[in-house]
Write a protein that binds this ligand. Structure first.
Ligand SMILES: C[S@@+](CC[C@H](N)C(=O)[O-])C[C@H]1O[C@@H](n2cnc3c(N)ncnc32)[C@H](O)[C@@H]1O
Length: 386
């Protein structure tokens, strides 16, 4: 086993990551109500780009499959609610470098007969089979250096060519310009710590790669060119702009408001949330103009929604008013209507805050442009070699 492989296996060994991935507390309200629906929206788009049609088989290769979150999401209620019931159609193969992860995944998903987990290193080779969807979730590609990622993607594009499929590739990496690590915005690969793991011991630092959309786009095109494969389309998505896991640890920006905890609190009908803490008040670093512009606009709108909720609670928050575009307006009106019809005791925690959370969520999802400003940057690459 190479030193690099040993490092990854050490990070994801049984007592640490596996525990984390199996812990019920990992699925907090943000994950369930914000992150998973967003991922499923991208997966649905991805599946639409393939030659899969209901009743056919959808062959999926899940890269860095861990304990098999990919198969859980693809067959989740969220996908079924949008009309994609893949239970009978899916033929899923998860590949992961860590044997512990594969064993755990096999036991978790033993009730599914269309699921396999294979121990393997995507930097070396891929299973020589046809897949319509090359999935990744939970930023597995960020473990690789950019050069290794290019080779891994080249292998995927070559596989698509060899098997003459119309396929989609979801490339899931860490966003370079997340508010979680402003002090690292000038770096592309640095020692990251997953200290949100639910384990007793200290989490290890491990080198991870971070991307802007521009950098990832270039790398994907180079990989495709090397594989002599023409891309039909490429689209980028930012997931978790305000609520990345490290907004609850403060690991890389100690004075950052604990936004993920605060948003979880908004959705908890038994908790009252500190609106002042929830205001977007982040010292930005140096970044390309489009990144700074994005955050400046986002800040005004995010804070305006909080201000409207605060006013109804008889509070004031700092900063000046800003005008919301029509599609994000309506919070004050909806809150007033809900309050008129309500008999509950703790109006703030049970009505105002969950409605505010809904508006903030809509803002995050609708304004993201796929720049690399979220915890996760997702690329959806469509390739037609059929
Ligand atoms: C953060 S976890 C994500 C797991 C899972 N996809 C999820 O969403 O829960 C990243 C996974 O990538 C795997 N991984 C890292 N480098 C890899 C490589 N070179 N080949 C295959 N798997 C790798 C790790 O072992 C780990 O299970």
């Amino acid at each position: 086993m190479s030193t690099k492989t040993q490092e990854i296996v050490k990070v994801y060994g049984k007592s640490k990551a596996t525990d984390h991935y199996l812990s019920p507390s990992r699925r907090d309200a943000v994950k369930v109500n914000w992150e998973e629906p967003f991922s499923c929206m991208v997966y649905r788009k991805a599946i639409e780009q393939t030659e899969y049609r209901l009743g056919n088989s959808l062959e999926v290769l899940d890269i860095g499959s861990g304990t098999g979150d990919g198969i859980s999401l693809l067959t989740s209620k969220l996908m079924k609610e949008s009309g994609l019931n893949l239970d009978d159609d899916i033929d899923y193969l998860g590949i992961d470098i860590c044997q512990d992860m594969c064993e755990t995944a096999r036991s978790i998903h033993s009730h599914r007969n269309y699921v396999r987990f294979l121990q393997g290193d995507i930097r070396q080779s891929l299973p020589d089979e046809a897949f319509k969807l090359y999935l990744s979730c939970g930023v597995p590609y960020s473990h690789l250096t950019p050069a290794e990622l290019q080779i891994a993607l080249q292998n995927i594009f070559e596989n698509i060519r060899r098997h003459n499929t119309r396929s989609a590739v979801v490339v899931d990496v860490l966003g370079k310009y997340s508010i979680e690590w402003v002090s690292k915005w000038n770096l592309s690969r640095w020692d990251y710590r997953m200290n949100f793991f639910q384990s007793d011991g200290e989490a290890d630092f491990t080198p991870m790669s971070f991307y802007s959309a521009q950098e990832l786009n270039q790398l994907i095109h180079e990989a495709a060119a090397q594989a002599n494969c023409k891309l039909s389309n490429i689209e980028f998505f930012d997931r978790s702009v305000m609520v990345g896991r490290h907004t609850s640890t403060g690991e890389f920006t100690p004075n950052l408001s604990r936004y993920r905890n605060l948003v979880n609190s908004l959705m908890d009908v038994d908790c009252t949330t500190d609106f002042e803490q929830l205001m977007f008040d982040v010292q930005l670093g140096e970044a390309p103009a489009e990144i700074i512009d994005f955050f400046k606009t986002f800040q005004g709108w995010w804070n305006q929604l909080i201000r409207e909720a605060a006013i109804l609670c008889g509070e004031t928050v700092h900063g000046c008013e800003s005008t919301l575009p029509t599609e994000f307006q309506g919070l004050t009106k909806e809150l007033k209507e809900s309050l008129d019809n309500s008999q509950v005791e703790n109006i703030r925690a049970s009505i105002i805050e969950p409605i505010l959370a809904k508006y903030l969520h809509n803002l995050e999802v609708s304004t993201q442009k796929g720049l690399g400003v979220g915890h996760t940057l997702m690329a959806l690459v469509s390739v037609d070699q059929s």
